[in-house]
Design a protein around this ligand. Structure first.
Ligand code: 6PG
Length: 234
């Protein structure tokens, strides 16, 4: 678990986009796959990424989590990804979970997982982007939520977030643990205390600590504010 700190939002976005592009170029086989994080932190990175020479025609893009909202909702991670990246590049195959009043969250999660199992044929995602909440959640793996302790080999599940009174769809720890590379983008002073505990004094308190058990590379890319409580930042 490495931490790389950058002096500005632009530098963080540029570094994250370059790392994503490099990791995708390293993908073996005839296609690559990339999971996008939701929320607001990654937006500058997605804007920087669309300027880079990624071969989107061989790239499957999916979401590490999604809110249970209509595709055109302001809350939709898929809509954010479309607006900041997907519609600005050519050839990417973008996989979004089904949302319909006639479909239950668990059905949608199962359909999505089936699609991912066709795309990630060797079971190992190439690049997974994640964020971190101030409560230490990542994807939609929130403290005390059932998906955080999903007992099966499921890759993607529905998850009710009681604190929000809302359903989410999320990659499971099992899927995240298999990723070749996980890039966590964290910015802002409000996340500094949690980040320092997660990276340097893991106690099992925060969901994102599950990344300590990941098989692949885990890289935290931060701004100076988020890294301000870390000792000896790289
Ligand atoms: C979501 C995200 C979530 C996000 C964190 C950080 O659906 O909200 O996937 O895990 O990465 O909540 O969000 P910000 O980047 O907006 O702080």
């Amino acid at each position: 678990m490495q931490v790389h700190t950058h002096p500005s939002d632009d530098a963080l976005a540029t570094a994250a986009a370059g790392l994503i592009s490099d990791r995708l170029a390293q993908a073996e086989g005839d296609r690559a796959n990339l999971a996008l994080a939701g929320g607001s932190t990654p937006i500058p990175t997605y804007r920087a990424l669309r300027q880079l020479p990624v071969d989107w025609s061989i790239t499957d893009v999916w979401l590490s989590d999604e809110r249970w909202v209509p595709h055109d909702s302001d809350e939709s991670n898929g809509r954010m990804a479309e607006e900041t990246l997907i519609r600005h590049v050519t050839g990417a195959t973008f996989h979004r979970p089904i949302y319909s009043p006639n479909v239950e969250p668990d059905e949608s999660a199962a359909y999505y997982e089936a699609a991912l199992r066709r795309v990630i044929s060797d079971g190992r995602p190439d690049v997974v982007l994640l964020g971190m909440g101030t409560d230490g959640h990542t994807a939609s793996l929130f403290p005390g939520s059932s998906a955080l302790v999903e007992p099966t080999q499921r890759w993607f599940v529905e998850n009710h977030v009681d604190s929000m009174g809302a359903w989410r769809l999320t990659a499971t720890p099992h899927l995240l643990w298999q990723a070749r590379a996980i890039i966590v983008i964290v910015a802002g002073e409000e996340k500094a205390d949690v980040l320092a505990e997660v990276v340097q004094r893991p106690s099992g308190r925060y969901p994102i600590e599950l990344l300590h058990d990941a098989e692949g590379d885990v890289l935290f890319l931060t701004d100076r504010s988020a890294a301000s409580r870390l000792s000896n930042t790289q």
